[in-house]
Design a protein around this ligand. Structure first.
Ligand SMILES: C[S@@+](CC[C@H](N)C(=O)[O-])C[C@H]1O[C@@H](n2cnc3c(N)ncnc32)[C@H](O)[C@@H]1O
Length: 234
């Protein structure tokens, strides 16, 4: 899977792309990342990418021409390399809320472009050049780069052969195995810490009972914390 990232700050991605699970996935070739610096598509001798908003108001708005030129150049580079064109994702607090289902859907695509905004965001006309708009949540960040990293991390771990133990994505929070609910409580050694003991069922060796306990814990936890999730009713 190829991620193309349009950003004014490609240097933000350095350590992120070299570390842990994402770093391994890139090293093994399960995922690839291509960084496209928006500034190089800027206008004039100052490579300008932003301008003041029509109608007045504070801040600067990203111009449509550099963003569209960057997106078209990604597809030209992809075509030259025999790769499919990008599914274009605009990162914006006004987009659909990114969720596990969005990560699953992106993981099924061969090429995803993530477009990171800055300043006051994008000229409205950019929106007709993308396929979808995603938000990390109901808060406003200074730029789209952290959202891009979150989306890459959540998506890459769903690709085949990226995590050592495939079962760990099969029965975690929001998975089909848990009917979209939150994961049950997890424990590791020590068996007791400052008076807090591991539930006896988990050391019983009775796997049928452990599975039933975990399903019930998942259901109760979801009902208490996230009644909006379907798994609360399962
Ligand atoms: C300061 S924000 C612009 C916010 C915009 N003026 C608004 O009110 O909707 C600058 C950029 O950060 C990114 N960004 C900020 N919050 C985000 C979020 N919750 N999800 C995804 N991207 C976000 C977007 O790319 C956005 O264009």
């Amino acid at each position: 899977m190829l991620f193309s990232i349009v950003t004014l700050f490609p240097e933000l991605f350095g350590p992120f792309l070299q570390t842990s699970m994402v770093g391994r996935a890139l090293e093994q070739g399960a995922a690839r990342v291509r960084l496209s610096e928006l500034r190089s598509f800027g206008l004039g001798k100052h490579k300008s990418v932003d301008d003041t908003p029509y109608g007045g108001g504070s801040g600067m708005v990203l111009r449509v021409e550099p963003v569209v030129a960057a997106l078209e150049s990604l597809d030209e580079a992809a075509a030259a390399a025999g790769e499919p064109p990008a599914h274009r994702v605009l990162l914006t607090p006004q987009g659909a809320r990114f969720a596990q289902q969005s990560a699953r859907s992106l993981a099924g695509r061969p090429h995803v472009a993530l477009v990171c905004g800055r300043y006051e965001g994008f000229d409205e006309r950019v929106r007709s050049y993308v396929h979808e708009e995603l938000s990390l949540g109901d808060f406003v960040m200074t730029g789209g780069e952290v959202a891009a990293m979150a989306i890459i991390e959540a998506t890459v771990r769903l690709l085949p052969n990226v995590l050592g133990n495939e079962a760990s994505t099969a029965s975690e929070s929001f998975s089909d195995a848990l009917f979209g609910a939150l994961e049950y409580p997890q424990y590791t050694r020590p068996a007791e810490f400052r008076g807090a003991a591991v539930p006896a069922i988990l050391t019983s060796g009775d796997h049928a009972k452990i599975d039933a306990w975990r399903r019930e814990q998942s259901r109760e936890r979801t009902a208490a914390r996230r009644p909006d999730l379907g798994g609360a009713k399962s």
